[in-house]
Design a protein around this ligand. Structure first.
Ligand SMILES: [Zn+2]
Length: 231
């Protein structure tokens, strides 16, 4: 099993200086994020589960899937979840020329806007691949680039106990958890992910954790900081 970029401390430190990896907050709150959807069966299952537990998540959707399953994006938005931009085709952006990077972001952003009425605030580079050019263009287009704190590589299906162990290893207030409800292949199984999310949310809810959207996590932390400074 190859490590995730976030598993190597020196690399993680570098990443966190370049783009959003975690949100410093004293509150017991974490952001669940799901990439590569929407997916016709995994996403509705997840939305049902999140609704039953009254918790929010952020979905980094891919344009090519939004075209096919736009109703699921509408449902997620209507149920209070946040939609992020994960580009149109889920290609590594770093090798692409500026025009194509912008196109990948703009097409996905417009598709989301067509459903939700507004453009996503955050973008996550596919496969975590980025360089200075990708970050500059993303920011110029109005997107805040984000990676996350914990990437348990759930899409490789390492088994639910392994996913849980990886999640626990770096779980902390302000963590941004990277999981996958979709995949490049529509038939990709996400049963392990769904099971792990069910277990993790039960456990953290029992510990008093909140699950805001990514914007909620970032804005609450910023508001808390502003309060501290005004005292
Ligand atoms: Zn992805």
């Amino acid at each position: 099993m190859s490590p995730s970029l976030l598993d190597v401390p020196s690399v993680r430190e570098y990443l966190c200086r370049q783009l959003l990896c975690r949100v410093p907050t004293p509150h017991k709150a974490v952001a669940l994020t799901f990439d590569d959807g929407p997916h016709p069966s995994h996403t509705p299952w997840l939305l049902d589960m999140l609704a039953a537990k009254d918790i929010k998540a952020t979905f980094f959707v891919v344009g090519r899937r939004v075209r096919r399953f736009r109703d699921l994006v509408g449902r997620a938005q209507a149920e209070g979840h946040e939609i992020g931009n994960h580009t149109d085709h889920h290609l590594p952006l770093s090798p692409l020329p500026a025009g194509l990077i912008a196109r990948e972001l703009n097409v996905c952003g417009r598709l989301v806007e067509g459903v939700t009425g507004h453009r996503p605030r955050f973008m996550r580079p596919p496969m975590g691949w980025f360089n200075d050019k990708v970050l500059r263009i993303s920011r110029e287009l109005g997107y805040e680039p984000v990676i996350g704190t914990i990437h348990p590589q759930d899409s490789r299906q390492p088994g639910v106990p392994t996913i849980m162990r990886r999640l626990h290893r770096r779980l902390e207030p302000g963590a941004i958890i990277i999981l996958h409800d979709g995949g490049w292949r529509i038939r990709a199984s996400r049963q392990q992910t769904l099971r792990a999310v069910d277990l993790l949310t039960d456990e953290l809810l029992a510990q008093g954790f909140a699950f805001p959207t990514l914007s909620g996590l970032v804005d609450d932390a910023a508001a808390g900081k502003a309060d501290d400074e005004s005292v």
